[in-house]
Ligand binder design. Structure first.
Ligand code: ASP
Length: 335
């Protein structure tokens, strides 16, 4: 049995089949900063260190709050806000441009204990879309608000407005000039299991570089890029959104668990390497279930990712981040 578990825990190195599972005891957080053509050769040591410390900072804040009994939705939104404010990632400041050279932002959140959800799409002036997504969930009877209507709604709330130029960074301007060649993503996502045993998920993005003006991706589509259900898993996706919408990826991970009786890790692998690979979708996901099982699974070259929580076997709190394929994991990863 132990050997069996060990084999399952081994990452798959070939054909972009990157997958790891781990198990936490108590509250836990898993985050991603986007998947895509993320290869070692494109990054300097300094840049890697920057991404690494950005991910670790978010994990420490998130796990610290969870360990102090914070509500999981508060943690998801706080962590997404940190990632949106960080220009390294394709969400909030530093988001990619549409084909008109503007930023349009999408985000969503979901509460796995109530299955309530909120989402926004096509925002041009809201500094932190994840906060507005939460407000849609909590303050309206709707799930998804878009564009001007979403921004009108934000005016009735305490949301920070910025000029569209705020989101534009020199790096993204340079990328925009050559966007046809670019295959890089950088959406952000957070899934948590809080001390009350509830699951929450959230995702925020600028979408795909050079996307058509008005295009909405998977991120604000509940069931495509984000889903949470205490009876299944909290899931946040990143990758080529059209494939995630067509395949209902985040919900499919839940459905396979709940209707086929698969474990989280079996389900995540089937969806990413079975469904998405055959469709040539490019990306990955992070997920957590209510038992503390966690996975990150991606068929792209890399995915910015990290996790923090107490490992079941060692009873040690692990703070771990990774970027490229061929994942590494500390010795006492619990298997
Ligand atoms: N899924 C996002 C979208 O298609 C992009 C990404 O994850 O990088 O909008």
């Amino acid at each position: 049995m132990r050997l069996h578990l060990l084999l399952l825990a081994l990452p798959f190195f070939s054909n972009g089949q990157n997958h790891q599972q781990f198990k936490f005891d108590g509250p836990a957080i898993v985050i991603h900063g986007g998947a895509g053509g993320i290869e070692r050769k494109y990054y300097t040591d300094e840049q890697i260190a920057e991404y690494d410390s950005a991910l670790k900072a978010v994990l420490k804040v998130g796990y610290g709050r969870l360990a102090n009994n914070a509500n999981g939705m508060d943690v998801v939104v706080e962590c997404l806000t940190m990632l949106e404010n960080d220009p390294h990632f394709n969400a909030g400041k530093g988001a990619v441009f549409n084909d008109q050279g503007e930023v349009e932002l999408d985000a969503s959140v979901m509460d796995g204990s109530t299955k309530m959800a909120g989402a926004v799409a096509g925002l041009k002036h809201i500094k932190n879309p994840a906060k507005l997504a939460r407000a849609v969930m909590e303050e309206t009877s709707h799930v998804l608000l878009i564009g001007d209507g979403a921004e009108e709604f934000a005016k009735t709330q305490d949301h920070e407005f910025v000029d569209n130029e705020y989101f534009l960074t020199p790096k993204r301007k340079a990328q925009y000039e050559r966007w046809k060649q670019m295959k890089k993503n950088g959406t952000v996502g957070v899934v948590v299991l809080d001390n009350q045993g509830n699951l929450y998920a959230g995702t925020s993005t600028g979408g795909m570089m050079g996307k058509k003006y008005g295009r909405v991706g998977d991120v604000p589509i509940i069931g495509a890029g984000t889903y949470a259900d205490n009876n299944g898993a909290a899931v946040s996706c990143t990758g080529h959104g059209e494939y995630y919408i067509r395949n209902n990826v985040a919900f499919q991970v839940n459905a396979r668990m709940q209707y086929q009786g698969l474990t989280l890790e079996e389900s995540a692998r089937e969806v990413i390497f079975g469904v998405l690979n055959s469709e040539a979708g490019n990306g990955g996901l992070i997920a957590l279930d209510a038992e503390g099982n966690a996975v990150w699974t991606f068929n792209s070259k890399g995915m910015f990712r990290g996790a923090m929580g107490k490992m079941t076997t060692s009873q040690k709190v692990i703070l771990h981040t990774d970027i490229f394929g061929d994942p590494t994991w500390p010795e006492d990863c619990g298997f």
